[in-house]
Design a protein around this ligand. Structure first.
Ligand SMILES: *Cc1c(COP(=O)(O)O)cnc(C)c1O
Length: 591
């Protein structure tokens, strides 16, 4: 019996009534006086981090479940925690102002599963693919792709709605990029050949005269890139310029001869800068690898996670294309047969993926607002108007807002890779990352877009832009008043403002996410707030007021003792500010 190894733990208090664990079973489930399941090896209430508002005891699930009263109490505690945190949620680029409940609650008791390709009907009829296609068409138009999707038109868009957020979009985009650049057969070629002759070719073979690296893509992304990109290249086994550089060309870092290769492409001004990729440095790195024949895979940020910065997509697109043209990597022949000269397709030797998790949601409207004179400036072009853009992803829960992660992935039909295996079982091609796909998300996004006109969205985007400006001004004023450098900064047109990490209390109250940056040799822990549409001037004011209280910046020496009431208390309460305060689990820090 599993309990024998830890006999004393079977009496641990468990559940809302502190019942000894062993006594939480009905007599039916106990054989010879011993439950058939594993006893805790230590007290779970002490094993995990606490949420003061919701004692773990109240939500522990005893084998008999909770009775209605216990359930009501537990749910009440959890609800008031969620509602309070929702009210003050300021630190992530995720909208917490949702309005789906009345209209869509019906569907909580319906199973909707969009398994397989969105454009192929499936024997799995309980799906919302018709709404999914309407949502995808909406974004194809907004992002200036050719639409509707047409399987026979390589220029038309293809896409699907993600079950995860942009992390999945990044993973899928890079997967497709890897297969495209490494010379794998594409979907269109397969369907063209499928009826007449079975396709035998899967992977281009290197021919005489081609670079030994012709089918070995190398990935580039900036130091301000979301961790999902690092994860994606790891999962997919894609080499980054850093891995190839430091293993194959260890002494040839073209940015700084003799120095080790940087792990990521530097951003303009490094950690102290705006967060946009340094196009000149990217060009140097891309040229190094393009000149040796490696295909180039670039992922750009459009609304970087921490600084909200926009990479200059157009400048990068032109730079990468021009460099690749110089080295014959612009329109290259990928041969399907080692000997037959006529059997090839023509592909770019580069792929540009846009990680627009946040930016693709509102920047188009901000551009419309600028054109209408409502705001002075707007983020730059990022979408399918640029022929060099191969794929793009956006999170649905960020700008639009959703009760769970969701998002959009989009590419051009002619670029699509072939799914690894045919999927007759579901009656639709397995062209997406997940198996079962969230069909409720399609309904949510369809609901939102149907109820918010372009005019509404333009107004909202302009308001958020102004609110970010307001927060920036208020924080600068606070910095001035306190006489402390709070490192207040807002990158151009970003919806976020960053500043010095305040006390643990404040970080937790407003769900501020933090990030440690090395600025001019100094280790700095920043937080940021995001001007999403639920954020109000009142909440900004409240936060600023809290940051004027004694103890708001533990361990910071004040230049003038009287500028801050209770300065002595603050100075006494010395707390190291190296690293994030421990109120958020590691995975929660960058939404
Ligand atoms: C949030 C974010 C992601 C990840 O999106 P999820 O929806 O959380 O998977 C990727 N890239 C950027 C720039 C982000 O801000």
């Amino acid at each position: 019996m599993t309990t024998s190894s830890a006999p004393s733990k079977v009496d641990l208090p468990f559940g809302p009534e502190d019942t000894p664990w062993q006594k939480t079973f009905s007599s039916l489930r106990v054989v010879d006086g011993v439950p058939r399941v594993t006893a805790p090896s230590e007290d779970p209430r002490r094993a995990y981090m606490e949420i003061p508002e919701v004692p773990y005891a109240k939500v522990q699930i005893p084998p008999n479940g909770l009775d209605p009263q216990q359930y009501a109490e537990a749910e009440r505690l959890f609800r008031s925690y969620v509602d309070a945190q929702t009210h003050n949620f300021a630190g992530y680029q995720v909208t917490s102002d949702l309005d789906y409940e009345g209209r869509l609650s019906h569907y909580l008791n319906r199973h909707l599963n969009n398994v397989g390709d969105p454009y192929e009907s499936s024997s799995y009829t309980l799906n919302s693919k018709i709404l999914e296609r309407a949502v995808l068409d909406y974004f194809a138009s907004l992002w200036n792709a050719k639409w509707p999707h047409n399987a026979d038109d390589p220029e038309s868009y293809w896409g699907y709605l993600l079950t995860m957020g942009s992390s999945e979009g990044n993973l899928y985009g890079l997967w497709n990029a890897r297969d495209y650049l490494s010379g794998k057969l594409l979907r269109q070629q397969q369907s063209a050949g499928s009826e007449a002759a079975p396709v035998v070719y899967e992977q281009a073979l290197r021919r005489e005269g081609q670079s030994p690296h012709a089918y070995q893509p190398v990935a580039f992304f900036s130091q301000d890139t979301h961790y999902s990109l690092t994860k994606a290249v790891r999962v997919l086994g894609i080499d980054t310029f850093h891995t190839v550089g430091s293993t194959v060309y260890p002494d040839e870092n073209p940015l700084e001869p003799g120095a080790p290769w940087p792990t990521e492409v530097p951003s303009v001004g490094g950690a102290a800068g705006t967060g946009a990729i340094d196009v000149d440095k990217l060009a140097v790195l891309v040229r190094f690898f393009a000149s040796k024949g490696y295909p180039i895979l670039v992922s750009l940020n459009y609304g970087s996670t921490f600084k909200g910065a926009y990479d200059d997509v157009e400048a990068v697109a032109h730079t990468v294309r021009d460099i690749c043209t110089e080295y014959g990597l612009d329109e290259r022949r990928v041969y399907r047969d080692r000997d037959k000269d006529s059997d090839f397709d023509v592909r770019s030797g580069y792929w540009i993926h846009i990680d627009a998790a946040l930016g693709a949601g509102y920047a188009p409207y901000l551009q419309m607002a600028r054109d209408a004179g409502m705001v002075d400036d707007a983020p730059p072009v990022f979408d399918f108007r640029l022929p060099e853009v191969h794929s793009l992803t956006m999170s649905g829960h960020k700008w639009i807002g959703a009760p769970w992660a969701c998002g959009v992935y989009m590419t051009r039909t002619g670029l699509q890779m072939i799914p690894p295996k045919s999927s007759e079982y579901i009656g639709a091609a397995d062209t997406t990352f997940a198996g079962s796909r969230n069909g409720f998300s399609a309904l949510l996004l369809w609901d939102y877009l149907s109820r918010h006109s372009y005019d509404d969205q333009v107004r909202l985007a302009a308001e958020c832009d102004r609110l970010a400006g307001y927060a920036h001004d208020r924080l600068l004023a606070l910095q001035e008043k306190l006489g402390i450098d709070l490192w207040v900064a807002r990158s151009p047109q970003a919806l976020t403002v960053r500043f010095r990490q305040p006390s643990e209390d404040i970080v937790r109250r407003y769900s501020l996410s933090c990030e440690t940056l090395y600025v001019g040799g100094e280790q700095r822990t920043y937080v940021h707030l995001y001007a999403m549409k639920h954020l109000t001037r009142e909440l900004v004011d409240e936060l600023v007021r809290d940051m004027r209280q004694p103890g708001a910046f533990p361990g910071i020496a004040l230049p003038t003792a009287h500028s801050w009431a209770g300065a002595a208390d603050i100075l006494a309460d010395d707390e190291s500010d190296s690293g994030c305060v421990g109120v958020l689990a590691a995975g929660e820090r960058s939404a």
